[in-house]
Design a protein around this ligand. Sequence first.
Ligand code: NAG
Ligand code: NAG
Length: 347
Amino acid sequence: MFLPALATLLALITNAEAHSWVEQLTVIAPNGTFIGTPGYARGNYPRTASGFSDTTMTYLLPPSTRSNVTQLLPSDKLCKGTQQDQSQSDGSPRLQASAGAAIALRYQENGHVTLPQNQPGKPKNRGTVYVYGTTQPKVGEKLLDVYGAWTADGTGGDGRGVLLSTQNFDDGRCYQVNGGDISETRQKEYTHEASQLTGADLWCQQDIQLPTTAPSGKLYTLYWVWDWPTAPGADPTYPQGKTEIYTTCMDVNVQGTSANKQKANDEYAEGQDLNEAAIPSEFDKLSDQQSTEAPAAAGASSAVTSSANAKKATVTAWHTVGKTVTVSQDTTVTVDADQSSETPKSR
Ligand SMILES: *[C@@H]1O[C@H](CO)[C@@H](O)[C@H](O)[C@H]1NC(C)=O
Ligand SMILES: *[C@@H]1O[C@H](CO)[C@@H](O)[C@H](O)[C@H]1NC(C)=O
């Protein structure tokens, strides 16, 4: 009784300012259970550290200083100042995971899911979360070079990275404990023991899969982008609407490759502790991706199909190095596993 009451009180106090970021990264075992030591974003500032406030971890675009609240500029940086470099803070190590591993990125909803009445004009799905991946991050990376540019097949934008995942911010289960209807319904439907880390709240998660080609012994960068716009005309403060984007920048220490995970009995174990488990529907999608992974030539031709105008496309997630696949009379695909060959101009 005590803990939920306290959590509700805290929620009421902090809700006005609380926003979201990726709090923790965890590897997911083939049965859906979190395993191993969790990892953290670049320059993580734990909630328990002295001096912690929302602003030590949130990064808003466009910045609140911009008079035009719908305007993103080509110069806007993708990562917060404290997350520009690939460095970790004391006590918040980087996640270690094998290439091809399933990973849960968890964030708090802070009422953005369970108290929708607090912010008029927001999308029903509570915004969309995107995860981009690259082996070639840049200090000073620009939002618009990645967001809306990189694509799942790796041919978008400057071709340095891929879109790994797109999901609703509301994962369908997560809640902060409060007196709202959504929270109360979910508290009954998705019960779990209060944990030291999450309290009585159930954190949201986005389950992704590292590319099987992520090079072992190197860092693989993940950019999490939460797009949470206000529609025009819904909020009198913002008659033209408002662009509101938050990001978290992270690196994963890649060690080894998951051996043929699709062959393992990667059945999601039913009835497991929600504090320590992937979301079944999301996890199943990852398993499907693994088991339907096509052999090299078939994958290359599908990459070309989806970039029909590109005369030459760099396939970013591939197993064969230096192999040229002739797909049609005038289209050549250079397969280059380290993504370093010339990149297509697709914009
Ligand atoms: C899932 O597998 C992991 C690693 O093999 C194991 O530690 C965990 O107990 C399993 N979870 C369940 C619910 O069986
Ligand atoms: C604000 O930015 C948007 C998006 O770039 C643009 O369409 C609009 O014209 C700008 N408004 C003003 C008043 O400059």
